[in-house]
Design a protein around this ligand. Sequence first.
Ligand code: PLP
Length: 385
Amino acid sequence: MDKIVYLDNAATTQVSKAALDAMLPFFNDRYGNPSSVYSVGRDAKKAIEEARETVAKAIGARPEEIYFTGSGTEANNWALKSAAQANMGKGKHLITTAIEHPAVFNTMKFLEKVGFELTVLDVDCNGQVSLDELSDSIREDTILISVMTANNEIGTILPIANIGKIAREKGILFHTDAVQAVGSIDVNVADMNVDMLVLSGHKLGAVKGVGALYIKKGVKLPAFIHGGGQERGLRSGTENVPAIAGLAAAIEYRISKLPLEAIEAKRNRLIEGLLKIPKSALTGDPINRLPGIASFVFEAIEGESMLLMLDHFGICGSSGSACSSGSLDPSHVLLAIGLPHEIAHGSLRLSLSEHTTDEEIDYVIEKLTDVVAKLRAMSPVWNEG
Ligand code: PLP
């Protein structure tokens, strides 16, 4: 296939030149183990500490509040499991939302299985949580609240600062999964009133397999991975120095150079074009949404078939439906925003990058309009009226 239009940047991104350039020296020239005492080791250690400073600065944190991990999923597991464990003497009640990524949702479900009590907050049709409902769900024994900064499927940005304020007033730990937000919108841990925040490298132009956990100074979490004592004894394992150096460079590039307004303009062009398709709808908050994510449902369409036909034209997107345990279940996020099963099946998420062009957007609008018409022509349930 000659033409590829990659509109799945919420799944993963191309490694930025800044990140790649920052990584390369650590594969051969500067290959020391950061724990070694000689100069080659100290050099690697220095690179990690510089990366820590850069990542900290990008989210308004202090370097000593940043811990590198092997992924966003790992960082979420660490934050939630360790916070629950550390505070179980105070209580066993946890709060989260119905639209979290599985990295949070399934971790919370695990904690419920081992004896914690979990409240899952519903969201409205835009994917927003109600602050009143959140306040009402807080109990004497609530020890942890986790609400994502922005949703990966529908792009909704949640009112994290307000939620953080409520949690802080009640003395409850507050965690946010900011994997889709960092590098796409302003993320400042102090303004957001968060105690723990997670980010992931491959969503912002670094490589897969590196992430970071912010832990606010004063919040004590037990070690997550035991071993040689790296990451100040909390996350052992020899550090992935190239990936960490790349993460810092990628974040710095994203925050200072990414043309977010231009990306948003292209996203709006895409939304405008695709909403001309009959019986189509935008999912997620129409205003408070990530600049790069456009997500839709198309009536009488099966998401997987749509993706396969788009793939034929070189267009890469993703559908909310996930194949789990042999059944094609619609996304839990789309069900949580109140869409019926049959509509949720026809979902499509297109996520843009700085490389996306207007020509690509117009190409996608043209091809997708045809694809939807073709699938509907074959559909026994499609009713034009
Ligand atoms: N949280 C959100 C919101 C995500 O979108 C993702 C990735 O899809 C993750 C967590 C997991 O991050 P990682 O792929 O680094 O494990």
